[in-house]
Write a protein that binds this ligand. Structure first.
Ligand code: MF3
Ligand code: CO
Length: 253
């Protein structure tokens, strides 16, 4: 499948999809506290998404049973919300979710600190977020897709963290996952040339230890193989003639 170029009308819908998702993320950032279950976070997330007249795009995607992926500590992504999984002081919690607005998908993730966390854990969260921003410095018309990948990888490698290779970012639009795949690790090929109107979900997943991951028995939850902490940061972006537009950025970066 080719990479789609969105029309001006589609870009408007992508913008609104992203803006609404940013509001949901901001809302969920405010409810994460010790004692809340990961199921409750999902329930509120779904409720807020639907309150905007949108559809949670993760729900039932390949059988995924929830609207929000809640991944705690050594869980990398796709943690399944559960009534019995209670958030504790000192946890780091990655929330990944998306929605559909008038047929257009948005997708974004944030890792939150719960109360006091170690300096090392905070650095992992900060470096993961910054690696996204380093990557999208290359997200400009005329650059190539893998310039983004290489910029993320170069920045993260400076900290000795492990980059998850088993999962990648992706194009997004009328589907949650469109071409191209967007690796977060170094690439030898340049990849396709970036063009205005491309919409991409750039999403580094970074581990404190090795980048190797495993799947739990639920066949969804991805955990670090060495049980080190993991962080995730994702936005849906639009390639323009100049700076990329971040479509899912709310008050809380
Ligand atoms: N956020 C994931 C991604 O970026 C999608 C989650 S898959 C789901 O690709 F099944 F959990 F929805
Ligand atoms: Co994504």
């Amino acid at each position: 499948m080719a990479i789609t170029i969105k029309s001006p009308r589609e870009i408007e819908l992508m913008r609104e999809s992203g803006r609404l998702l940013s509001l949901v993320h901001d809302e969920l950032a405010g409810i994460i506290r010790p004692g809340i279950s990961t199921k409750e976070i999902d329930r509120i997330g779904e409720e807020v998404i639907r309150s905007y007249g949108c559809i949670p795009n993760f729900l039932h995607y390949n059988g995924y049973p929830a609207s929000v992926c809640v991944s705690v500590n050594d869980e990398v992504v796709h943690g399944i919300p559960s009534e019995s999984r209670i958030i504790q002081e000192g946890d780091i919690v990655s929330l990944d979710m998306g929605l559909i607005y008038h047929g257009y998908h948005s997708d974004a993730a944030r890792t939150h600190a719960v109360g006091q966390i170690s300096r090392q854990a905070q650095q992992l969260i900060d470096v993961t977020r910054q690696s996204f921003y380093e990557g999208i410095k290359m997200a400009r018309a005329g650059k190539h897709l893998h310039d983004i990948s290489n910029a993320i990888a170069a920045y993260v490698s400076g900290y000795g963290y492990g980059i998850v290779r088993a999962l990648v970012g992706h194009g997004i639009g009328v589907s949650l996952h469109e071409d191209p795949q967007i690796p977060n690790f170094a690439q030898r090929r340049r990849g396709p040339k970036l063009q205005p109107g491309m919409t991409l979900a750039v999403e580094p997943m970074i581990n404190m230890g090795s980048g190797d991951v495993e799947w739990l028995d639920d066949d969804w939850t991805v955990v670090t193989a060495d049980h080190s902490l993991s962080a995730h940061y994702e936005n849906t972006i639009l390639i323009t003639e100049g700076e990329p537009e971040i479509l899912t950025l709310g008050k809380i970066p």
